[in-house]
Design a protein around this ligand. Structure first.
Ligand code: HEM
Length: 159
């Protein structure tokens, strides 16, 4: 296996650690600590926007290094491989779930999250806050499933 392959898997792990870590850090560390802070909404807005920016870089990085992992491991990009081979079928599941992650992230980052912060500034209404919270949780769950599937892939790809 080439140095490029190891570098690709290394970057893949760094991107997934950053993204999953960030999705755990915000609700478990930042939110509880700023609950009573007078500038709570401004801090949430600024940290949310910053994580959104780097989060999307991580998602693009995960797709790029994911496909590179396959290529550098000599896996063919054929329908037969993605539909009949155990390793290929797992990668297909990863790509399918990843599409779901992109949809949920897009809705969370550019609609629910933004609307929730606007809502917090003007009223006690919590609708978008709940939608933002649950879409964030769904994304975390999907990311953990992706990490598990990745772990299986790296060890030969059959469950
Ligand atoms: C949220 C997105 C993703 C996360 C969190 C994630 C996470 C991981 C993790 C933790 C590993 C295991 C690394 C190891 O044990 O050495 C892995 C491996 C892998 N991932 Fe992903 N991944 C993601 C997206 C993708 C995508 C979109 C693809 C697209 C093809 C992909 C393809 C792979 C492949 C092929 C491997 C096996 C690498 C090897 O040959 O060892 N991943 N992934």
């Amino acid at each position: 296996m080439s140095l490029w392959y190891f570098l690709s898997v290394f970057l893949h792990i760094v991107f997934s650690a950053f993204w999953i870590g960030g999705m755990l850090f915000l609700p478990l560390v930042i939110l509880p600590e700023i609950k009573q802070h007078p500038d709570r909404i401004a801090i949430l807005y600024k940290t949310g926007l910053k994580f959104r920016f780097y989060g999307w870089i991580a998602l693009v990085g995960l797709l790029t290094t994911g496909l590179l992992n396959m290529h550098l491991r000599g896996m063919p990009f054929t329908w037969a491989f993605f539909s009949q081979n155990a390793y290929g079928i797992l990668v297909s599941w990863k790509l399918l779930i990843f599409t779901g992650i992109l949809l949920v992230s897009g809705t969370h980052d550019f609609l629910f999250g933004r609307k929730a912060l606007e809502e917090l500034q003007v009223s006690d209404n919590k609708n978008f806050k709940l939608l933002a919270r649950w879409s964030g949780r769904i994304n975390l769950l999907l990311a953990l499933v992706m990490a598990f599937l990745g772990l299986v892939l790296s060890r030969g790809g059959t469950i």
